[in-house]
Design a protein. Structure first.
Length: 111
């Protein structure tokens, strides 16, 4: 088993940092290197999906619920928050529970 380290995660900026003061963050997690790499990969996939939604947003008349680009973005977002919850410190888990993050994501992003 690999040693776990503390990481500070910003879903908004797509960053995972070891230095708490390096940038703003939303969540604190405990992860080994593989888990941190897995989360970084999901954050990168979300950013790529986000880029695709930008182009799609300029095509009027496509409802959000009939939109594979938005579905893909939602899918990665749901996976990210699920993994953050699993790796999160007790404080992170409590904050996510108070924000109802996981409950609000249920059912979205199902591909």
């Amino acid at each position: 088993m690999m040693a776990k380290s503390t990481y500070y995660v910003s879903v908004q900026s797509g960053s995972i940092l070891k230095d708490q003061g390096a940038a703003a963050y939303e969540f604190e997690i405990m992860a080994d290197q593989r888990e941190a790499d897995d989360l970084q990969h999901l954050l990168e996939m979300k950013m790529n999906a986000d880029d695709r939604t930008y182009y799609r947003a300029h095509i009027p008349g496509i409802p959000y619920h009939i939109d594979p680009e938005n579905d893909l973005y939602d899918h990665y977002l749901q996976q990210i928050y699920q993994l953050i919850y699993e790796l999160g410190t007790e404080e992170t888990k409590q904050a996510m529970a108070q924000m109802h993050v996981l409950e609000n994501l249920e059912g979205i992003g199902d591909l």
